[in-house]
Design a protein around this ligand. Structure first.
Ligand code: RAM
Length: 352
């Protein structure tokens, strides 16, 4: 099997087993994942502060796991976490949580934006009150730092590379996204379209981007619609854990199983059965628990004035180690690490 151009490691592929094993260990059992106490003391971080974690919604298992990671780091620091959001992925559902954070004098906000612009009046108000504002998972236009799960370009490109390889670089495919306003999905899709311009993909055609709103029922419904609308559809990329698990559920019980290629970003816990039954061959992700854990340390470092933040500054994220602030597309960011390709050979080793 070829090693992906983007540098992903594949168990049983080009990567040596030793390297792959290290990668699996990092992903599966970093400090955040084990919940072990932070062995690296952070004396400079202020204890007793309250941080609001505002996920895209409170029901998506991916977001729940990311918030758990935040709780682990904030608890290790001696801070308190409040998780607050709506149940659907809209900016309007997140606004009351930001307001409450401001009114109750929170030290920090960590938010996965459902919309890049619509949340800015509230987030700017929070920053004006000296509340540390960090985005994670999905960025907004107004924040001090974005905790990016992986390089945005790499995620977009690699999704198309995986699908192309599995489709034999031929045929129609559709994208099943989350909310149409989701900054993260839209950024990944933009890079997918750039990748598609390469001659390698000249016989592949992106027919349409569908939106399942990170709602399982809607995602199932649009999967059905796209297969009806495009009877020759050969592939689906769902860069959302809700989308890919819903599409896999649909395909697994349909005549399209094994015929329509499905890949995207999925939780190993939700996708395991579909790797084992042959509905899906591979998909990507990172450890969402580590994402939240890293965001917890980042927001605490800003709220404690350990970082300003600015380019080149570093901070310690407990058992995950030291991270450096770099310049991203929308401003300052920190990148958790490369995405990982899950297959039926390695999926059993993950607990998220
Ligand atoms: C869904 C959400 C989230 C995204 C993951 C991959 O759970 O849309 O924002 O990062 O998928």
């Amino acid at each position: 099997m070829k090693r992906l151009r983007t540098g992903h490691l594949r168990v049983g592929g080009f990567a040596t087993l030793a390297v792959a094993a290290v990668m699996v260990a990092v992903l599966a059992s970093a400090g955040a994942a084990t919940g072990s106490t932070n062995r690296v003391n952070s004396p400079s971080l202020t204890k007793g502060q309250t941080v609001y974690f505002i996920p895209k919604d409170t029901v998506n298992p991916y977001e729940v796991i990311a918030d758990q990671g935040g709780k682990i780091s904030l608890t290790a620091i001696g801070d308190k976490q409040v998780v607050s959001s709506g149940t659907s992925d809209t900016a309007a559902a997140q606004e009351p949580s930001i307001q409450t954070a401001i009114e109750t004098g929170a030290a920090g906000i960590v938010i996965a934006g459902n919309d890049p612009a619509a949340l800015c009046p509230e987030l700017n108000q929070a920053m004006a009150k000296k509340i540390a504002v960090v985005t994670f998972d999905s960025d907004t236009n107004c924040r001090q730092l974005f905790i990016n799960q992986a390089n945005t370009q790499q995620i977009g490109e690699s999704e198309v590379q995986i699908l192309g390889k599995e489709m034999g670089y031929k045929g129609q495919f559709a994208i099943l996204s989350a909310e149409s306003t989701a900054t993260n999905q839209n950024a990944w899709i933009a890079w997918m379209k750039v990748e598609m311009k390469k001659p390698l993909y000249k016989n592949m055609q992106l027919v349409k981007v569908y939106y399942g709103n990170d709602d399982p029922a809607t995602s199932l419904q649009v999967t059905e619609s796209m297969l009806q609308a495009y009877p020759n559809l050969k592939g689906i990329i769902a860069p959302t854990t809700v989308g890919i698990s819903s599409a896999a559920q649909y395909l697994a019980h349909s005549k399209y199983k094994g015929k329509v290629i499905l890949t995207g970003l999925g939780l190993p816990s939700q996708m395991k059965e579909y790797l084992y039954d042959g509905t899906v061959a591979e998909f990507e992700l990172w450890n969402p628990r580590n994402l939240g854990y890293l965001a917890g340390y980042a927001v605490a470092a800003i709220a404690s004035h350990v970082i300003t933040p600015k380019v080149g500054q570093t901070f310690r994220a407990g058992n995950l180690g030291t991270y450096t602030i770099i310049k991203g597309v929308g401003g300052l960011q920190v990148v958790l690490g490369p995405p990982f390709v899950f297959t039926k050979a390695n999926v059993g080793q993950f607990n998220f």
